[in-house]
Design a protein around this ligand. Structure first.
Ligand code: NAP
Length: 308
């Protein structure tokens, strides 16, 4: 089968760290162009804007949109209008409604739209889902605490409205939780901490439940120095499950049960090729819906100013 001609938009950290190696290792795709105001990719045609790229390179069949979420809708709308399949980095947009609009546009044009959630492809996530499907969960705790100065230096967009603040990593945890739990959950209470000089939260404390009364809590904090935590802990009838390191490791009853190499972005591109070939879309908005609910239901607390 001939490779799908791909273009990439918003050449920054995640493109260099993950997209370029994953695309290079996948024979279903051939990267032929990029559009970015400043960034470029060696060996292909580079453009400053998506408009120029779409006009000059009609051979493009699919586009990966890797800019910050506040600027994703406009690019996605242009790409779909031009007849291209679209891969959306996470979070898929700045609002639920704009992503719903893209979904409808993709469906009306027979194109594939992929709302990617890379953490769902972390090595131990499927094993955790299988384990939870065979037991009763008594409680679950999500602890996602990292040092924003280390992981997000100079990313002004992340602190601006629509950048999600601590929910930028927190939504990765929510993408895993919504995938591994047997029933949908919903937020019952939340507290969001906003530095006085920022539009987005630096920490969040959230309570969820489900139809069976599950006790689920999530703590997100960007002020963590020292040991970083990306853990999901479940107390179950079959013992304590610890899914740690962002979904990379799984232990049940204290015993490690899963070790596989990390393949998140290679698997995302395999999935993108699969839905394009099948003529379908893959858009699950549950993680973004929970973030929207936290902003809607959450109490706001103002905390000390924060400088990166
Ligand atoms: P980034 O490097 O700050 O941004 C990516 C690129 O987007 C920038 O280099 C910039 O390229 C372009 N951009 C920035 N502001 C823009 C604007 N106002 N309009 C249009 N383009 C703009 O961020 P990133 O870390 O790669 O993250 C991008 C997306 O990937 C985010 O949604 C993030 O949540 C997601 N993601 C990031 C990571 C990670 O570890 N960093 C992991 C998984 C997913 P130009 O200046 O060349 O236009």
């Amino acid at each position: 089968m001939s490779p799908i001609h791909l273009a990439i938009v918003g050449v920054g950290k995640i493109v260099r760290d993950q997209h370029l190696p994953a695309i290079a290792g996948n024979s279903d795709f051939r990267l032929i162009a990029a559009a970015s105001r400043n960034g470029t990719v060696d060996g292909i045609d580079n453009f400053k804007t998506i408009d120029a790229m779409l006009e000059k390179v009609p051979a493009i069949e699919a586009v990966s949109l890797c800019m910050p979420p506040q600027f994703r809708y406009e690019a996605a709308q242009k790409a779909l209008a031009a007849g291209k399949h679209v891969f959306l980095e996470k979070p898929p947009g700045a609002t639920l409604s704009e992503v719903a609009d893209l979904e409808a546009l993709a469906a009306s044009k027979g194109l594939s739209l992929f709302a990617s959630w890379h953490s769902r492809y972390a090595p131990a996530v499927e094993a955790a889902k299988s384990f939870l499907a065979g037991t009763t969960i008594r409680a679950m705790q999500v602890i996602w605490k990292e040092d924003v100065r280390h992981w997000h230096p100079n990313q002004d967009w992340i602190w601006q409205a629509g950048g999600l603040g601590v929910f930028d990593p927190g939504i990765n945890a929510l993408s895993i939780v919504t995938h591994i739990l047997p029933r949908p959950v919903f937020i019952t209470a939340a507290t969001l901490e906003f530095p006085e000089n920022k539009d987005a939260p630096i920490a969040a404390d959230i309570r969820f439940t489900d139809a069976a009364g599950l006790d689920l809590s999530a703590e997100f904090d960007w002020r963590q120095t020292g040991k970083q935590s990306w853990d999901i802990i479940a107390e179950t009838e079959a013992g304590r499950m610890v899914l740690s390191e962002g979904g990379a490791k799984l232990a049940i009853g204290g015993k490690p049960v899963h070790e596989e190499p990390e393949q998140e972005y290679p698997m995302l591109y395999r999935r993108f090729a699969e839905i394009i070939r099948a003529g379908t879309s893959d858009v699950d908005l549950a993680p973004l819906r929970h973030v929207a609910d936290a902003f809607m239901l959450g109490r706001r607390k103002f905390v000390d100013v924060f400088y990166d």
